[in-house]
Write a protein that binds this ligand. Sequence first.
Ligand SMILES: [Zn+2]
Length: 327
Amino acid sequence: VKRRTHRQKKFFAVLLLVAFFCLPLGLDTTSAVGAEPAFASKVPVLCYHHLVDDVGHRWEHNNSVVTIAEFATQMAYLEREGYYPLTIDEFSGFLGGKKKLPAKSVLITFDDGYASNYWYAYPILARHKMKAVIFVLGSRIRPDAAPVVASLATEQDANGSAATEAQVALVDETATLEPDFSGPFAGLLPPPGYDNLVLDFMTWGQLDELAKSGLITLADHTWAAHSQRDGYLSAYEKMSKAGIVADRQLLRDEFQRRHIPLANAFAYPHGYHAKAARESVAASGVRLAFTLKRACAAPGTDPLRVPRLVVSPGLNEESFAQLLQGF
Ligand SMILES: [Zn+2]
């Protein structure tokens, strides 16, 4: 009897020891037993490009063009699941180990700066209280277009039909069309003359508006070093350090000249980031640069090689949820 008691004591002592070592570990990462972690250990960085309003479009076999409906569904999912949309500063702090983030955090990014981002992504992001970073191709940014009224009037004249009073009223209204964040389809109406089957880029005025919205941060996707021509794969990577530094500076100067804020963050063209290119980008003062390596980012991730998850078309809810885990 005495021996058994001794064994029981020993058993409880071991149990206490195990509890002593395990509980603090558990409490460190969970808010309560069985609950989800309180803080993020890794963060998905989503990468979108152009959005189209229909299936069967000419980018059907492009792995990075998703439909507006898919994008809207994904943003609704993020909101419903309680995802916290990061700013680039919060994300940067997290990578450096200086900032704790909610367990479900996400950084949403777009590459190239397509007009579809303004007409479709922006109102959808706003509706679901999401934020995004848009990496723009500086040299492709369009000058502010002539007033829509003028172009429509010309078109009507060309068709030989005089604009009725009602048409004029409609045109006047669309001339000042801004994304409307109320109603089920609001903000999803393309402006007159805009065709998302034509790959169009945003104007300086649209970028200015996005930057002022508080939802969108603009960042660097090169001024004029994105082209795939001439066996592009190596074109950017073979650019001289001086060339890369000058290209960064040109983009910054153009934004500064227009008083449009530009974040000190860079997305490598097509994700290519050979060592020399990384060093040149760093030499130009960039402290945060994004690749297309498929993984989540975590504290300690090289800030000049931040992985991103390209959102490809045709994801169902389950596969989108997996993508958010880095798969
Ligand atoms: Zn690009």
